[in-house]
Design a protein around this ligand. Structure first.
Ligand code: NCD
Ligand code: ZN
Ligand code: ZN
Ligand code: ZN
Length: 390
C-alpha cells in the first residue's frame, strides 16, 4: 500500500500518559474498543489507561484484563495505570510490585480522580516506587483545599456564586510532592498542570535536581474560565479551566520544557452526567481525537513549537516518562514503525457525535481546527487512515 504524504508531517506515533477508557465499569461511556479507535484516529499508538475504573485497577487481575483487552482490540498499545492505593480514596498502599510484575508490566501508578492527600502515604508510595523503578503520577489537587463547584477560584466564579478551587490547592500539593520525591529519590509525574504557579514550582524543583516530570492537557492550553459564562457543564473539568494568564504561561512552560509533555485526560461522560446543572455534572472532557489539533492551534500556529517540538511533547517525552522502549523514537532501519502522519494545513470541524468515543462531551463542538491526522501506523500496520479505522 502506498500512502501519499506530499506536504504532510511524519511524526512518531503519539503517546498519551493520561486516558480514561472507563472499562471496566462505565462501558456506557467508553470501552477499550471505542477508546482505542479514538486514540488511533487521533494519531496515538500508545495510551495509559487511568486506574479510576469500577472496580478500581488496584490489583493484577484488573490491570491484566485491561492490558489483554487492549491487545485483542489491537489499534493502540493500552498500558494500564495501576492505582497507588487499594480503592480510590484508599488508606492502604496497593501491591504495586505485583502489578509491576504482572503480564501488564505496570510502569505508572496513580490515584487519578483523587490525589494521595496523606503525606505519609505519599512518602511511602514514592519510596516503594524507587525500589520498583516505576513512576507515581499524582493527580495534583489538595482535596481539603477545594470546596464547592469545580471552578477556578477567582473573579469569574465569584460572579456566578461558585465557590472555588484555588490555584493554591494545586500548587501546594505539587510543591509538597516534589520535596517528597527529592527526599525519596523517586520519579514523580505531575498530572494535568493547570496554573502558572505550578509551572514556577516545577522550575524550582527541577533546578534542585528533583526527578519530576509534568503534563498539560490541550484544554488547559486553549480554554479559560471565560467559559464559565456559558453555564455549560461541558466546560466543567478537573482541574478547572484557569485564567488567560495561566494558559499563556502553560504554553510558554511547555515550549521551554518546564512542562514535559501533553496528555489528554480524555474523560468520557454520559449525557445524563453532563446535561444537568453545573454542580451536579461530572468533571471531564473528551480529548484523544482533538489533541493534535489543539496543539497545532496553540503551539505551532503561535510559533511556540515547531513540528520537531510537537514530536517531543506528544511522543518522545511521554514514552520516556512511561518507560516505553518501543515508542517515541525515530525509526531504526528495518524496524516496524509507530507513526502519525499529519496534514498541517488542512482543517476540520469538530462534531461530538462523529467522534469514535461513545460519549460526545467535547468542549470544541463546532470549532474549526487546524491539523488533520491522515494516517496512524502501529508497528508498521495502518490502524487509521483518512478518518477511518483500518
Ligand atoms: C477525570 C474523570 O472523569 O475520570 N475527570 C476530570 O475532570 N479530569 C478524573 C479526574 O482527573 O478528576
Ligand atoms: Zn485528575
Ligand atoms: Zn484524569
Ligand atoms: Zn460518538
Amino acid at each position: 500500500e502506498v500512502i501519499e504524504a506530499g506536504g504532510q508531517v511524519l511524526l512518531p506515533g503519539f503517546v498519551d500518559l493520561h486516558t480514561h477508557l472507563r472499562e471496566p465499569g462505565r462501558e456506557d461511556t467508553e470501552t477499550i474498543d471505542t477508546g482505542s479507535a479514538a486514540a488511533a484516529l487521533g494519531g496515538y499508538t500508545a495510551v495509559f489507561a487511568m486506574a479510576n475504573t469500577d472496580p478500581v485497577a488496584d490489583n493484577a487481575v484488573i490491570v491484566e484484563h485491561v492490558w489483554r483487552r487492549g491487545q485483542e482490540v489491537g489499534l493502540v498499545d493500552v498500558h494500564p495505570v495501576g492505582a497507588v492505593t487499594v480503592g480510590l480514596k484508599g488508606e492502604k498502599l496497593a501491591e504495586l510490585g505485583t502489578m509491576a510484575n504482572s503480564q501488564a508490566r505496570v510502569k505508572v501508578f496513580s490515584d487519578d480522580g483523587l490525589c494521595v492527600a496523606d503525606p505519609l502515604l505519599m512518602r511511602r508510595a514514592l519510596e516503594y516506587s524507587t525500589a520498583l523503578d516505576v513512576v507515581i503520577a499524582q493527580h495534583a489537587e489538595e482535596p481539603r483545599l477545594t470546596v464547592g463547584a469545580q471552578a477556578h477560584e477567582g473573579e469569574r466564579a465569584a460572579r456566578l456564586g461558585y465557590t472555588g478551587w484555588p490555584a493554591a490547592a494545586e500548587e501546594s500539593i505539587v510543591a509538597r510532592d516534589c520535596l517528597l520525591a527529592l527526599h525519596a529519590n523517586a520519579r514523580l509525574h505531575v498530572c494535568h498542570v493547570s496554573t502558572s504557579g505550578t509551572a514556577d514550582v516545577l522550575r524550582w524543583a527541577k533546578d534542585r535536581g528533583t526527578k519530576v516530570s509534568a503534563e498539560v492537557t490541550p484544554h488547559h492550553l486553549l480554554l479559560t474560565d471565560e467559559r464559565l459564562a456559558t453555564y455549560d457543564p461541558v466546560n466543567k473539568v478537573n482541574p478547572p479551566l484557569r485564567t488567560e494568564s495561566d494558559a499563556e504561561k502553560l504554553r510558554a512552560a511547555l515550549a521551554d520544557g518546564t512542562i514535559d509533555c501533553v496528555a489528554t485526560d480524555h474523560a468520557p461522560h454520559a449525557v445524563q452526567d453532563k446535561d444537568t446543572e453545573w454542580t451536579a455534572a461530572r468533571p471531564g472532557m473528551l480529548g484523544l481525537q482533538t489533541a493534535l489539533s489543539i496543539v497545532a492551534e496553540t503551539m505551532v500556529r503561535t510559533g511556540l513549537l515547531d513540528w520537531r517540538g510537537v514530536a517531543r511533547v506528544m511522543s518522545e517525552r511521554p514514552a520516556e516518562i512511561g518507560n516505553l522502549a518501543d515508542q517515541g523514537r525515530p525509526i531504526a532501519v528495518g524496524e516496524p514503525a509507530n507513526l502519525a502522519l499529519v496534514d498541517p494545513d488542512a482543517e476540520w470541524t469538530v462534531r461530538g457525535a462523529e467522534l469514535a468515543s461513545i460519549a460526545a462531551n467535547t468542549p470544541y463542538e463546532g470549532m474549526r481546527l487546524p491539523g488533520v491526522v491522515t494516517a496512524t501506523l502501529l508497528r508498521g500496520r495502518v490502524t487509521a487512515r483518512d478518518g477511518k479505522i483500518c
